[in-house]
Each structure stands twice: as C-alpha cells, then as structure tokens.
Design a protein. Structure first.
Length: 149
C-alpha cells in the first residue's frame, strides 16, 4: 500500500453534482486537495463525463439568465448577445474589410499604390499595427513617431 488515500468514483460523482464545475468545491466535498480532484477528473472517464456535464449545465443556466434578461428588456444584455452570437447577421463591434484589386492612399500629395499581396505581407508583419500608427501620425501632419515634425 502506498499510504495515499483512495477515493471512490461515487464520491466524486456526488461532489460534482451542483458544484458549478468549481474544482476546489469538488475537492472540499471529497476531502482531498485541488490537485487530487483535478487528477481524478482528468484520468477517470466516468468522473470526467460528470464534470463536463456539470460545466455544460452551468453554461445552460447562464444562457437562460441572459435570455431572461433580454426578454425583460435589458438593452445592454441584448447588445452583448448580438455582438457575440449575431455575428453572422452583421452584429459585431469589429468590422471585416475585404478588398480585391489595388488600393491607393493619398498622403500629402504622394500617391502610394499597394497590391493585395503587398497588403497581406504588411498585415502579416508583427509590427504592422505599430507601423500603421506611425503612418497615421505622419499622414496627419504630426511628424514621425520619432518626434520629427
């Protein structure tokens, strides 16, 4: 014998019920450490399934609460729901810009032409956001990002 306490699957199944999927709650109910509870959840299929079901139950409860708030006329909840679940219908705080062909930018009388391939390479550059901000600063007549005017 190893001297380590052995816990029964049934103990975990009972502890998981109505735990909200919170591992420390499960551990306290069983009488073990957080790490032991996590280990049992990860390594025992029956316990893992019960844990997943409990987590899904909490998600269902949360979704029901959101839907109730929407039915009760909570506009901010409705807007949040639309931006997370209604993206396919055009509800989003982010805007996707699709472009085919060439793009021309007029910067103080200087015309810059960028092909789609060049634009894609620019967007893949890890410094793209910083570079875009620098270009915007220059275009607005505020000098370069280095402080030049």
């Amino acid at each position: 014998m190893t001297g380590k306490p052995q816990f029964k699957t049934q103990q975990f199944l009972e502890a998981i019920y109505n735990s909200g999927g919170i591992i420390i709650t499960i551990a306290q109910r069983v009488g073990c450490s957080w790490y032991t509870a996590k280990n049992y959840i990860e390594r025992r299929p029956k316990i893992a399934e019960a844990y997943r079901n409990e987590c899904e139950r909490v998600l269902d409860l949360a979704e029901s609460t959101v839907l109730k708030a929407i039915r009760d006329g909570d506009v901010s909840t409705a807007k949040w729901y639309l931006t997370t679940k209604g993206k396919d219908r055009g509800y989003s705080e982010k805007h996707l810009l699709e472009h085919e062909g060439r793009m021309e930018v007029d910067q103080r009388g200087t015309l810059v032409t960028v092909t789609p391939e060049q634009a894609l390479r620019l967007l893949q550059n890890p410094r793209a956001k910083q570079l875009a901000q620098e270009l915007q600063t220059i275009a607005l007549g505020q000098g370069s990002a280095d402080g030049d005017r």
